[in-house]
Design a protein around this ligand. Sequence first.
Ligand code: FAD
Length: 472
Amino acid sequence: MAPHRVVVIGSGFGGLFGTQALKRRDDIEVTLVAKTTHHLFQPLLYQVATGILSEGAIAPTTREILHRQKNARVILGTVTGIDLEAKTVTSDVLGRQTVTPFDTLLVAAGAGQSYFGNDQFAEYAPGMKSIDDALELRGRIFGAFEWAELATSPAERDRYLTFVVVGAGPTGVEMAGQIAELAQRTLNRDFKTIDTRQARILLLDAAPQVLQAFGDRLGDAAKRRLTEMGVDVELGTKVVGVDSTGIDIEKADGSHARIEAATKVWAAGVQGSELGAMLADQSDAELDRAGRVKVNPDLTLPGRPDVYVVGDMAALDNLPGVAQVAIQGARYAAKHLKARLDDKPAPEAFSYFDKGSMATISRFSAVASVGKLRFSGFLAWVLWLGIHIVYLIGFKQRITTLLHWMVSFIGRGRSERTVTAQQILARNIMRKLPPEDLPRLPLVESDHAAPVAAPEPTDSVPSTDERLRRAT
Ligand SMILES: Cc1cc2nc3c(=O)[nH]c(=O)nc-3n(C[C@H](O)[C@H](O)[C@H](O)COP(=O)(O)OP(=O)(O)OC[C@H]3O[C@@H](n4cnc5c(N)ncnc54)[C@H](O)[C@@H]3O)c2cc1C
């Protein structure tokens, strides 16, 4: 009998763990389609941005992770179309399209950054969702100190030495803490004209509390620690404008102010993957305000028992957008599917087991909430360290991460300070190009057959064959 074809979209926590949960089943054939060649451990992105870790340490290649799994194959491509009627997924890489049929679909395409309707901010305040984001921020942060060294007036120097982080959730707190450590400990002996310890680091949030999801006690502890480190925490503050030289804010009392700052980091707001709208258009599913797909209690798409949606792009019972929700959801979907194929009773509705949450503030200092326990300081940091090593994928990655952490946390160095012009300049140029001007593969016939015999692609982008026909 032909194997049951499962297509998994995304190589993040949901996609990877969902694929792995289907291993050792000869009757199942999994095709994982993702727009990057790597699995990304997002919780440590801020360490790539601030020079502690290399991108390879947190982004092992999906193909390598799955190479032993006999029933799984990996396809590179951005999913541009899902046709629930024809049961196909269309993906595109540099103009080459592939159409992959499925019997069951597992969608784990995650979430992107939300600028709350102000997407123009992205050019000046990169978010923190991808390796590209982290490397661009690395270039901007280390570059700002270089420009400050060259400044010809105190105002210019101060602008380069002012760093604004928007969003006081875990990522914002971690970024602000790390930039403060860079300025205070790592770079303070490297420059001759400027004193990096004079850098001003601001952490802004419209909410009245830092780390709101952790509760008042841990939020207060984090705020105290950040203040001790010299970070200005401004709460009840809304960002109303961002440009190349600064940021405009509206304070809680309604007054407006401008902060001159060369480096801005956006760590506020998420928006479910655009694939959510594609699924909602073709099913009974609705989207919530963050663009996430409201799924059934068994994580299937309303009206479509053959489609599961998991992780950051799914909305169920107000579950948080964290790695464990994606991992457990994907494993549940795999179990649900296997029960269906084996004609066994379906497992009970998905129930999330909350293992706790943590955020680091600086070296030797973190906050942790585990069950009823709330604690902060060194103990929380040691726990954070251990858990992150356990969950990092790959032995090589764990070893290199531990070595880099020794360099940065015990010593004062950072081994990943390399920045290139491409990290900022090329990315901004690409952002401004219309999609049709982005690099495409030349229109030559490939020696390789498309992985799956392709029916006519379902969206408006012409297939390689169609473009060949038009070109000849
Ligand atoms: C900076 C940061 C720090 C975080 N820190 C923590 C933390 O400390 N603890 C914690 O538990 N959680 C943390 N999270 C959240 C956690 O990383 C997410 O909840 C988790 O990654 C969600 O998994 P996912 O599989 O749903 O999505 P993701 O891991 O985001 O994976 C989505 C995948 O889909 C792919 N994809 C997207 N669109 C397409 C498309 N159109 N075509 C093909 N592929 C596509 C992406 O390339 C990616 O492979 C953090 C997130 C960020 C951004």
